[in-house]
Design a protein around this ligand. Structure first.
Ligand SMILES: N[C@@H](CCC(=O)N[C@@H](CS)C(=O)NCC(=O)O)C(=O)O
Length: 263
């Protein structure tokens, strides 16, 4: 297992400070790791108890030791922590060789896991919901009627990726889902909840990243340029600081999908 202390990215820092000054919940719980060496010039009191980094178990890279691996569910959780400006402490796990301690804290042996209130919580759906409840500001909540936008893209992507028969309709099924999302963005975008990034984007964006890398590599396939709103959306979310910081290297994504492609 490797461990790394993570502080929110530079752009997240200024927002954290703004957030601290208006949210009484944090006026006595300054996240020292988020402030780091710049703390002296910020004029916030450091004598109160710090917000301890949250412990997160994540997949370790299969190609580079001590690096974050390819897991869209883990990236969703890390994006949520980044966008909420919460410090975290990453524990990287080699999932090909699951350590005993992982199975002790989560019998399923899956990541992501996060420790909240001394309890390990599995599953990105449950974790992101718990983070929203425990740390409501800044809010990432997606209105319920928009929460499932784009939710069939991932399963249709896997269907197409695994397909060995080019006429079995799996490519068309994926194109239908991507086209529907493109149309949604045209009238409701640029993000799923309009002008602001929300939890639904943080769930979908890592999956779109896997789709782009894996289909590009294994099928020499890319999203049609005619889906302009979708292409613009991906360009925007993939270049967010929080996304760049939490994404796996393309070669890890390619290795991660190899068993599904090669069977
Ligand atoms: N539904 C879970 C899925 C988590 C999941 O499948 N994680 C994969 C890594 S991307 C895993 O831990 N696989 C190990 C295994 O299945 O043994 C979530 O949303 O967190």
């Amino acid at each position: 297992m490797s461990s790394a202390k993570i502080a929110p990215s530079a752009t997240a820092l200024s927002a954290t400070i703004k957030h601290l000054s208006v949210n009484p919940r944090f006026t006595s719980r300054i996240p020292v790791t988020a402030i780091g060496r710049r703390s002296k010039s910020l004029g916030v009191s450091m004598c109160s108890k710090a917000l301890e980094p949250l412990e997160v178990c994540a997949k370790e890279s299969a190609t580079t030791p001590n690096k974050l691996g390819d897991c869209p569910f883990t990236q969703r959780v890390l994006l949520t922590l980044e966008e909420k400006h919460l410090p975290y402490d990453l524990k990287l796990v080699d999932l090909r060789n699951k350590p005993e301690w992982l199975l002790n804290i989560s019998p399923e042996g899956k990541v992501p896991l996060i420790k909240l209130d001394e309890k390990w919580i599995p599953d990105s759906d449950v974790i992101t919901q718990a983070l929203e409840e425990k740390f409501p500001e800044p809010s990432l909540a997606t209105p319920p009627e928009k929460a499932s936008v784009g939710s069939k893209i991932f399963s249709t992507f896997i269907g197409f990726l695994k397909s060995k028969d080019s006429s079995d309709g799996t490519e068309q099924a994926l194109l239908n889902e991507l086209g529907a999302f493109n149309n949604y963005l045209e009238y409701n975008g640029p993000f799923i909840n309009g002008k602001v990034v929300s939890a639904a984007d943080l769930s979908l964006a890592p999956k779109l990243y896997h789709l782009e890398v894996a289909l590009g590599h294994y099928k020499e396939w890319s999203i049609p340029p005619s889906l302009t709103y979708l292409n613009a959306y991906m360009k925007t979310v993939f270049s967010m600081d929080s996304f760049v910081k939490t994404r796996a290297e393309p070669r890890d994504v390619i290795e991660g999908w190899r068993p599904k492609v090669e069977g």
